[in-house]
Design a protein around this ligand. Structure first.
Ligand code: HEC
Ligand code: HEC
Length: 248
């Protein structure tokens, strides 16, 4: 079979960031003068590109992902020191990467590298990654066994199961499985994150970011902001208990 030497792989979604002004974002992220508030890039921060229209899509360029090389790159950069051996974390405040759909990991790494998703450690570690490294790491992480369940309060957990699986028509809650897939295992085609057994403190923190910080600069802040609009703290606690302990 003849494979192209290099293939530009369009991500299943464009990487879109809303105009934000937030202290955790390094530099100023400003809107493109041509596209009125959004920009699409997996490149340098918008502040250095704002004179040009930034609506041109920059896909990652890579040949067929090589999980074995991804493991080598992950070891070189000591990803396991924070994300755990075989990328299963033991810190409740840090996400595991094992079992994540590759498209989600590629998208997030591109976002950190572009200094758009805030986090100093991640922006630093991704700065030197090439597109191929990103695709290879994503393939490596996807092939590992996901995190086991965390401990959670049974009653709280039971309360979180309903919105997760079925939503709640009366309260305008969309079922999480619609976008995060059966058992929360994510959806590679849509770039949906796996949230199965997500580290509980990290889950609580990221859900607050989505809900309380309009324009939280991840690639798709709006989906989760809309989902969580009418969630109370008690609802959040219940859903975090559920997603962090999905396979008892
Ligand atoms: C010094 C600690 C540290 C190191 C080393 C580190 N990370 Fe991270 N990583 C973090 C933190 C903290 C977060 C969560 C950021 C947040 O809260 O938004 C994170 C988040 C991520 C995410 C997003 C996960 C999600 O569920 O959205 C990915 C993907 C990731 N890291 C990949 C890597 C890879 C690959 C490496 C090695 C090349 C690496 N990290 C090295 C600390 C680290
Ligand atoms: C309409 C689609 C949609 C629905 C419904 C939805 N999500 Fe999400 N969710 C997303 C998208 C898109 C992202 C990724 C945002 C980004 O990083 O760009 C996300 C990200 C997340 C993350 C962060 C994952 C990580 O590893 O950092 C968590 C946690 C999460 N969702 C939990 C939930 C929960 C709990 C529900 C149900 C209450 C839910 N989601 C319902 C679309 C959805």
């Amino acid at each position: 079979m003849c494979l192209p030497r290099s293939q530009t792989t369009a991500e299943p979604h464009s990487i879109t960031f809303r105009t934000v002004s937030r202290s955790t974002v390094r530099g100023s992220v400003r809107s493109c003068t041509h596209c009125g508030g959004h920009h699409v890039a997996a490149g340098p921060p918008l502040s250095s590109r704002s004179a040009r229209c930034c609506h041109r899509r920059r896909a990652l360029t890579y040949t067929a992902p090589d999980a074995a090389h991804g493991q080598v790159v992950a070891e070189q950069h000591e990803c396991a020191s924070c994300h755990g051996g075989r990328l299963v974390t033991s810190y409740p405040g840090l996400p595991s990467l094992a079992g994540q759909p590759p498209s989600y990991v590629r998208l997030q790494l591109a976002a950190f590298r572009a200094k758009l998703r805030p986090n100093e450690a991640m922006q630093k570690v991704t700065a030197s990654l090439k597109d191929q490294d990103i695709a290879d790491i994503a393939a490596y992480a996807a092939g590992l066994n996901p995190s086991p369940a965390w401990q959670a309060d049974d009653a709280l957990r039971a309360k979180g199961a309903a919105p997760f699986n079925a939503g709640d028509g009366k309260r305008n809650f969309i079922a999480c499985v619609v976008c995060h897939g059966a058992n929360g295992r994510g959806d590679d085609r849509l770039g949906g994150a796996s949230i199965t057994n997500l580290a509980p403190e990290y889950a609580g923190r990221v859900l607050h970011e989505f809900k309380d910080a309009p324009g939280f600069p991840v690639p798709y802040p709006d989906a989760m902001r809309v989902v969580l609009k009418d969630y109370t703290q008690a609802d959040l606690d219940a859903v975090v208990a559920y997603i962090s302990s999905m396979t008892p």
